[in-house]
Ligand binder design. Structure first.
Ligand code: FAD
Length: 385
C-alpha cells in the first residue's frame, strides 16, 4: 500500500478545508488537503451570498474574478405578499461565483505550501491508542495510508470523519434544511437586492431566495423542513410562473441544529458544516466555517510545533471558536426554535406591524399591545424573555 506522511491532513477541499489548510501552511507545517471530487468547488451547493467580513477573516482582497454582484439591500416577503426592507448584515455583502472562489481559495492554500490531491476520498481514520494518526484514502482505485499528527475534518454535512473519531454529530434529519436551487437566466430582478419569501405554500419550515448574479442571472432556491413534498417540487412550482430558464440545478442540505458540543479529540479537529458551524436562522455557513477553520489551521500548526496533539492541547481550538462565534450561533438556535413555531398568520401580522411602525422609535407598550392581539406571538415573546 502506498504510504504518505504529513504533519496535518485536511479532509475536504471547499471553504472549510482550504481555509484550514491555508492557515496551517502559513505557519510552516507540512499540509495535505484531500478532496473526493475531481474539481474543487464543483458542484456548487450554495446560494453564494457572502458578507464582506469573510474576506477580512481570510486576509484576502475579494477579486472581480468571482464577484457577481454587490448587495445593497434585501426584502423579506411575507406569506400575504407584504414586502419588508431588511438592513441586517446579510444585506451588506456580495453574491459570488463559488466555483471560482472555492478554487481560488484552494490555489491560495497551495501557494502557501499545501499539497492537494483531488479525486481522493478519505475512507477511514487511522487510530492508534485512541489517537487519530491519519487517514486511509482512495485515489483512482489505489488505497493510500496517509499518516499525520493532526487530521482536520472539513468534509461537510455528509461527514463521517467526526463519527469515526468518536465525536457525536447530532444532525437529526428534522434539523437539516433540504434545499434545491436553479441558476436562472432571464430574471427580472434588481442586481443589488436579495429577496426572501416565507410561507407554508412557498417553503414550509424555511424560505425561498432570489440572489442576483448580474446580467439577468440569479440563484433561485428553496430550503424546506418537515414536508412530505420535496424542495425541488416547491422550487418547480415557483419557477413555473417565471419567464426565465435554468442553466444549473443544485441540491444540498444545511444543518440548522447549531454547532456540535465537542469539535476535537486526540489528533483530530472538525470544522464547518461537519461541525454544525452554520447560522441556524439564515443557513449561512461560509463565514462561520471560515472563521472556525482559520482557528483550526492555526491550532493544528501550533500542536505540530509543540509536538502536542493531545485532546487537552487541541481543545483550545474549541474554546477559541466558541469565544468568537459560539454565543451568536447559540442565540440563533434560540431564534430558529421560535421561528419554527410561527405560522403564516403570525408572519403576516409581524410584517404588518413592522410595516406600520417607526422601528427606531418603537415603544414597549406598542409591542405589548400588538402581541396582546396575537396569542401565539405573546407565548413566543414570553418564552424569549
Ligand atoms: C443550497 C444551499 C445554499 C447555501 N447558501 C449559502 C449562502 O448563500 N451563504 C452562506 O454563507 N452559506 C450558504 N450555504 C452554506 C454553505 O454552503 C456551507 O456552510 C459551506 O459551504 C460549508 O463549507 P464546508 O467546507 O464546511 O463544507 P462543504 O462545502 O460541504 O465541503 C465539504 C467538502 O468535503 C468533500 N468531502 C466530503 N467527504 C469527503 C471524503 N470522505 N474525502 C474527501 N473529501 C470529502 C466534499 O466533496 C466537499 O467538497 C448554503 C448551503 C446550501 C446547501
Amino acid at each position: 500500500m502506498k504510504k504518505l506522511e504529513y504533519d496535518v491532513v485536511v479532509v475536504g477541499g471547499r471553504v472549510g478545508g482550504s481555509t484550514a489548510s491555508l492557515f496551517a501552511s502559513k505557519s510552516d507545517v507540512d499540509v495535505l488537503m484531500i478532496e473526493k471530487r475531481q474539481e474543487i468547488g464543483s458542484p456548487v451547493q450554495c446560494a453564494e451570498g457572502v458578507t464582506y467580513n469573510t474576506f477580512e477573516t481570510l486576509e484576502i482582497k475579494p477579486s472581480e474574478r468571482y464577484i457577481r454582484s454587490r448587495i445593497k439591500g434585501a426584502y423579506i416577503n411575507a406569506p400575504d405578499g407584504r414586502r419588508i426592507k431588511y438592513d441586517g448584515d446579510i444585506a451588506e455583502g456580495m453574491v459570488i461565483d463559488r466555483k471560482i472562489f472555492d478554487k481560488e481559495l484552494a490555489i491560495e492554500s497551495a501557494k502557501a505550501g499545501t499539497d492537494i490531491m483531488v479525486k481522493t476520498t478519505a475512507k477511514d481514520l487511522i487510530i492508534k491508542d485512541q489517537k487519530v494518526c491519519g487517514v486511509i484514502a482512495k485515489h483512482l482505485g489505489e488505497t493510500i495510508e496517509i499518516s499525520a499528527d493532526v487530521v482536520i475534518a472539513a468534509d461537510g454535512i455528509e461527514s463521517n470523519m467526526a463519527r469515526l473519531a468518536g465525536i457525536e454529530t447530532h444532525h437529526n434529519p428534522d434539523l437539516i434544511c433540504s434545499c434545491a436551487q436553479y441558476e436562472m437566466v432571464g430574471m427580472d430582478v434588481d442586481p443589488g437586492v436579495l429577496e426572501f419569501y416565507f410561507g407554508e405554500k412557498i417553503a414550509p419550515g424555511g424560505y425561498l431566495w432570489i440572489f442576483p448574479k448580474g446580467d439577468g442571472i440569479a440563484n433561485v432556491g428553496v430550503g424546506i423542513r418537515s414536508s412530505v413534498e420535496t424542495a425541488i417540487n416547491y422550487l418547480n412550482k415557483y419557477v413555473s410562473d417565471l419567464d426565465a430558464t435554468p442553466v444549473e440545478l443544485n441540491i444540498g442540505g444545511v444543518p440548522v441544529s447549531g454547532p456540535i458540543d465537542k469539535t476535537y479529540t486526540d489528533g483530530f479537529l472538525v470544522v464547518g458544516d461537519a461541525a454544525g458551524q452554520v447560522d441556524p436562522i439564515t443557513g449561512g455557513g461560509i463565514h462561520p466555517t471560515i472563521s472556525c477553520a482559520r482557528i483550526a489551521g492555526e491550532i493544528a500548526a501550533e500542536a505540530v510545533q509543540n509536538n502536542d496533539y493531545s485532546s487537552e492541547f487541541l481543545k483550545s481550538y474549541h474554546k477559541k471558536w466558541r469565544d468568537e462565534i459560539g454565543e451568536t450561533l447559540d442565540q440563533s438556535v434560540k431564534y430558529r426554535r421560535m421561528a419554527d413555531k410561527l405560522n403564516d398568520n403570525d408572519m403576516n401580522a409581524l410584517a404588518e406591524f413592522i410595516e406600520t411602525q417607526d422601528l427606531e422609535a418603537i415603544s414597549k407598550i406598542s409591542v405589548l399591545k400588538f402581541v396582546g392581539k396575537h396569542p401565539n406571538l405573546m407565548k413566543l415573546l414570553t418564552e424569549l424573555l
